[in-house]
Design a protein around this ligand. Structure first.
Ligand SMILES: Cc1cc2nc3c(=O)[nH]c(=O)nc-3n(C[C@H](O)[C@H](O)[C@H](O)COP(=O)(O)OP(=O)(O)OC[C@H]3O[C@@H](n4cnc5c(N)ncnc54)[C@H](O)[C@@H]3O)c2cc1C
Length: 293
């Protein structure tokens, strides 16, 4: 953690003490999606791209969907992970309460000569934090809501090719409930938050894992198990979203008081093992057990 380019605090993880069997791995999300698609293929399931759910209806024995190509599908239970603007969540009439921050956050994948490739950092700057993560080779991912991510880099580094850039806005929301009858929501359809903490996708994968256990029991004749899914995951998802919102608010705040608090507190906090462990456990998703009951 730096402040205006000068080191403020360093987190040096002791993975074994955290109970992790390997260090935190940073993968481009496209690679994670490819690995999941490969795993599905070994189970005989092919991902169909470019095909969506248009409408849904459920009755006592299953869920019927019409598809965007005019076809239909029927399933005994439905897990809807159709993103933040979820068609299914809207069709169920579920509220998605929370708040949205107005400023655009910028993303850039850029080649840099100069910074270390084995550590990431956050630089607390007057116009907003700059997060820099080594991605692959000499390519780094920059995330900021400050003006221009490149202008915030050290003058000693050489900026190479900008490989990709994008913008997004941050919201913190959790669906009012995660199951209605035989339909369950998961992933960004159920919860969205800032990328600080690197939790969104991993939380969605946890949702899917718990749904699979609950749905298997439901189909074997335990009718309350989809309610279990909704109850278990709403509690976990809401807690993570609130925690991520608090941490992001602390880093985002630009008042002189907030700047002073960060300058005084962060160097102290980073020397306290329980604080470091807590922060790393959040980033690695080790801050709660994944309960299926
Ligand atoms: C800058 C940034 C950095 C991030 N970093 C991390 C990180 O380090 N770690 C992490 O865990 N998370 C991270 N996240 C969050 C992560 O990207 C999301 O939480 C994750 O992509 C959500 O996955 P999802 O499948 O729920 O939703 P999405 O990725 O939005 O996928 C939804 C899918 O549903 C499809 N769809 C939409 N409508 C329909 C329909 N009607 N019928 C059928 N399909 C439909 C869409 O085409 C899409 O394929 C980050 C996010 C951002 C913005």
């Amino acid at each position: 953690m730096n402040r205006r380019g000068r080191p403020l605090a360093t987190l040096a993880p002791d993975w074994a003490r955290l109970g992790a069997d390997r260090p935190m791995t940073i993968l481009p999300q496209a690679r994670t999606e490819a690995l999941l698609a490969e795993a599905l293929a070994t189970l005989g399931v092919a991902v169909e791209r470019g095909l969506g759910v248009a409408t849904i209806e459920q009755d006592a024995v299953g869920v019927a969907a019409t598809l965007t190509d005019g076809g239909t599908a029927r399933t005994p239970v439905l897990f809807a992970a159709d993103g933040a603007h979820s068609t299914v969540r809207k069709a169920l009439g579920l509220d998605f309460p929370g708040d949205a921050w107005p400023e655009p956050w910028r993303l850039m994948d850029v080649d840099l000569e100069g910074p270390p490739t084995d550590e990431g950092w956050v630089d607390l700057r007057p116009d907003g934090p700059l997060i820099c993560l080594p991605f692959s080779g000499r390519t780094f991912r920059l995330i900021t809501f400050g003006a221009d991510p490149l202008s915030a880099l050290s003058a000693d580094w050489r900026v190479g090719e900008v490989r990709w850039s994008s913008e997004f806005r941050v919201s913190h929301r959790v669906a009012e409930r995660l199951n209605v009858g035989r339909i369950c929501l998961g992933g960004d359809a159920a919860h969205i938050h800032s990328p600080m903490g690197a939790r969104g996708m991993n939380l969605g994968i946890e949702d899917a894992f718990v749904f699979a256990a609950c749905a298997a029991d439901f189909l074997k004749g335990e009718p309350a198990r989809l309610d279990d899914y909704g109850r278990l995951r709403h509690a976990v998802d809401a807690k993570v979203v609130n925690g991520v919102r608090s941490v992001t608010s602390m880093i985002r705040a630009s008042s002189p008081a907030a700047d002073l608090a960060r300058r005084l507190l962060l160097p102290v906090a980073a020397r306290l093992p329980f604080v470091i462990d807590r922060a790393l456990r959040v980033g690695m998703g080790l801050d709660h057990p994944v309960r299926v009951r």
